[in-house]
Design a protein. Structure first.
Length: 214
């Protein structure tokens, strides 16, 4: 292997070691209670080394956002001509909400969602990341739909998908917080997911106010 290849492999190992140390501490002590210095000590590196790989403490927690965003965009790009992009996005929801984790890593998924619920800082960061995801998804949708940017249809579709994902994610976090195992929580979410995406397909309609006409 070339010297450049060895350096890149070392960088990947160091980044992974830092992230593994960070997530272990976050899950054990709570995100807000852990400092970057704590992470550095756990990973046996300096604080400066941590910041060489991660710009902020929040980035340590959300390290897989780029990988998951790539998977979301690929689900749109892989759609065949004439097929439903919305169905492809529906098929992607559970993968996104579980970080692509297999059932064997259910406890890690549950801990991730619990940590977000317990930390206002993570919730704010998550909202910021949603803006970046919306912009990237809208661009991919515009290309798939064959519409030039800026595209109202693509932007609206991206916004609606992320809103659907957020609703389903809230339902998932509620069930996990109540102590339901991840496989059982996901099973309960199947009809919820179907209803949410059925609403996206048909639209909300006029949202007529309930009660007797006045």
């Amino acid at each position: 292997m070339s010297e450049t290849g060895l350096r890149e492999r070392h960088k990947r190992r160091t980044r992974q070691a830092i992230n593994t140390a960070a997530m272990s501490l976050f899950f054990e002590h709570g995100y807000d209670a852990v400092t970057v210095a704590d992470v550095a000590r756990q990973a046996h590196v300096s604080v400066a080394t941590v910041f060489n790989y991660f710009d902020t403490k929040e980035d340590l927690f959300f390290d897989e956002v780029d990988r998951m965003l790539d998977a979301l965009l690929d689900s749109v790009r892989r759609c065949r001509s004439g097929s439903s992009i919305l169905q492809a996005l529906q098929d992607q929801v559970v993968f996104q909400l579980t970080g692509g984790r297999p059932a064997a890593e259910a406890e890690e998924v549950a801990r991730f969602h619990a940590a977000v619920l317990d930390s206002p800082d993570l919730q704010r960061r998550e909202q910021h990341l949603q803006l970046r995801r919306r912009q990237a998804l809208a661009a991919a949708l515009a290309q798939a739909l064959g519409t030039p940017l800026p595209s109202l249809a693509a932007d609206l579709a991206a916004t609606q998908y992320l809103a659907a994902e957020s609703v389903i994610g809230s339902e998932l976090r509620s069930r996990l917080g109540a102590g339901l195992a991840l496989p059982d929580a996901l099973a309960e979410l199947e009809p919820v997911t179907a209803e949410v995406f059925a609403t996206l397909r048909t639209g909300l309609g006029p949202l007529v106010k309930a009660g007797a006409p006045q």
